[in-house]
Ligand binder design. Structure first.
Ligand code: SF4
Length: 165
């Protein structure tokens, strides 16, 4: 797995002050993508054990509300992200994990590999960025088609449950 950046303090991508990981590689090709340089799977740097340790230390900090996965497409980087999420869960089980995806919820739960990551996160912001539906007043998402989904409640009830409007 490769990544473009790690932000220790991110207030734009989920509730509270969060640590965020921007993985690289995404095939969705949304028009006016907010991070076009991260669509390339060869962009950024190789993720190593040192980055995992760094992220665990950031998320464990008392001022950090949790971890956010974005990119790029986290669900096209599942093998690389699973051990990172596991390490964070072990060190800071009370912290919430958010993930952004260009896939829809329905595309993720029906794919065993993508679902394995989904089952380890708390909140999913799903769907491609649609420039025509762009709305700067929206919290934590770029366009109004994207949903902020409570993963555990949705898996339990077998229907999409929104965490917030
Ligand atoms: S899913 Fe995200 S990273 Fe991928 S093209 Fe769309 S906006 Fe860009």
């Amino acid at each position: 797995m490769r990544y473009g950046q790690i932000r220790q303090y991110d207030i734009a991508n989920g509730e509270g002050i969060r640590t965020s990981i921007f993985v690289t590689g995404c095939t969705h090709g949304c028009y006016n993508c907010f991070n076009e340089e991260y669509q390339d799977f060869n962009a950024g740097k190789e993720w190593t054990e040192a980055e995992t340790e760094l992220v665990v230390s950031y998320v464990s900090n008392i001022n950090c509300a949790g971890l956010t996965l974005l990119g790029g497409e986290p669900f096209q980087n599942v093998d690389g992200l699973l051990p990172v999420v596991e390490a964070v869960r072990q060190a800071a089980p009370e912290k919430k994990i958010w993930a952004y995806s260009g896939y829809l919820w329905e595309d993720i739960i029906t794919d065993s590999q993508r679902r394995s990551l989904l089952e380890r996160v708390d909140i999913l912001v799903d769907g491609r960025f649609v420039d025509a539906l762009k709305d700067p007043s929206l919290r934590f998402r770029g366009s109004s088609n994207q949903r902020i989904i409570d993963v555990k409640a949705s898996l339990t009830s077998n229907t999409v449950v929104l965490a917030m409007e």
